[in-house]
Design a protein around this ligand. Structure first.
Ligand code: 9MG
Length: 275
C-alpha cells in the first residue's frame, strides 16, 4: 500500500511513526515545552533522529475542553516551525481543521493535512482538493470543547465506520484521490472508555474501507483510566497501544514516544516477516 503525501510517496508495507510536534501553550501531553519555534524545531529534529517517518505539527490544542484559536494565531505558531523544518527530509503534516490554515500551510510546503474534523468545515474539501497533500480524515463526535460530555453511540464501531466511509466518498467526489487519504477512528474524540476499547478491539474492521489507517492513542486519558498513571507516566501503555494498533492493521502510528515505539515496532516487524 502506498500513500501520496505531498512531495513524498510513502511505502506503508510496514507501519510508519508520526511524531507529534505540538506548538500550543497548553499542549495536551507535552506541557507546552515546545512552545517556541526554536524549541519545537529542535524537538522535531530529535524525533526524526529517533526514527519518526513523518511529523505532525499542531498549533491549536484539540484536547478535551480546549478552546479554539483564531486563524492568525494558529498560523503564527505553525508557519515558523513548518518553514524551519522544510529541509528535514520527512513529510510534514499539519493538524488543523480550518480551511484558511490548510491553504496557507499547503502553500508553505506541508505534505499532509491531519483534520480531526474530517474536512467537514465549509471550504475544507476545496482547500485541499487542488493540491498533492495527503489528508487524514478523523472521526470526532462533537467538538473539542464539549466532546467528552457524555458521548453516546448505539454501536460505536459501525457508526464510526459509516462516518469514515461517507467522508472518503465526499473527499473523492471533491477530487481528492483515494491514494491521498488516510482514516482514523479518533480515539478520545467524543468517546468514553468503553467506546475507545471497542474501537481498538475492532480496529481491523476499518481495513475493509480500503484506505490506510492511522491510530493515535499516545498518552491519552483512556490509558490513564486503565492504569491510574498520570499523562507524563504513560509511555509504556502508549507503546502497548501502538503495537496493538499495528497488529490490527494501523499503518501510521501518531506518537509522542518515538524512540520507544520504534523499538517495539522492530519486534512487530520481525514477527510479521516470519509469517
Ligand atoms: C491532533 N490529534 C490528537 N489526537 C489525534 C488522533 O488520535 N488522531 C489524529 N489524526 N489527530 C490527532
Amino acid at each position: 500500500m502506498k500513500l501520496l503525501c505531498g512531495k513524498f510517496e510513502l511505502d506503508l508495507s510496514s507501519p510508519l511513526i508520526m511524531g507529534i510536534v505540538n506548538v500550543t501553550p497548553d499542549s495536551f501531553s507535552d506541557g507546552g515545552h515546545f512552545n517556541s519555534p526554536e524549541l519545537a524545531i529542535a524537538h522535531a529534529m530529535q524525533l526524526i533522529e529517533q526514527g519518526a517517518n513523518l511529523l505532525d505539527i499542531g498549533g491549536e490544542s484539540t484536547r478535551p475542553g480546549a478552546q479554539s484559536v483564531g486563524v492568525e494565531e494558529e498560523l503564527e505558531r505553525i508557519l515558523p516551525v513548518l518553514v524551519g523544518l522544510s529541509h528535514c527530509g520527512v513529510p510534514l503534516s499539519v493538524d488543523t481543521l480550518k480551511p484558511e490554515v490548510m491553504r496557507a500551510v499547503i502553500h508553505a510546503g506541508a505534505d499532509m493535512i491531519n483534520d480531526v474534523n474530517a474536512l467537514q468545515s465549509p471550504g475544507a474539501l476545496q482547500a485541499v482538493a487542488d493540491s498533492r497533500v495527503a489528508v487524514c480524515l478523523m472521526h470526532m463526535q462533537g467538538e473539542p470543547r464539549t466532546m467528552q460530555h457524555n458521548p453516546r453511540y448505539h454501536a460505536v464501531l459501525a457508526e464510526v465506520k459509516t462516518f469514515l466511509a461517507a467522508r472518503i466518498e465526499a473527499s473523492e467526489q471533491a477530487g481528492i484521490a483515494r491514494e491521498r487519504l488516510v482514516i482514523d477512528p479518533g480515539f478520545g474524540f467524543g468517546k468514553a472508555l468503553e467506546h475507545n476499547l471497542a474501537l481498538l478491539h475492532g480496529l481491523d474492521t476499518f481495513q475493509t474501507l480500503g484506505v490506510p489507517l492511522l491510530a493515535g492513542l499516545s498518552r491519552k486519558s483512556m490509558l490513564g483510566a486503565l492504569t491510574g498513571l498520570s499523562v507524563t507516566e504513560r509511555m509504556v501503555p502508549s507503546v502497548a497501544a501502538a503495537v496493538i494498533s499495528a497488529m490490527k492493521g494501523a499503518k501510521i502510528l501518531r506518537v509522542h514516544d518515538v524512540k520507544e515505539t520504534r523499538q517495539a515496532l522492530q519486534i512487530f516487524s520481525a514477527v510479521e516477516e516470519a509469517r
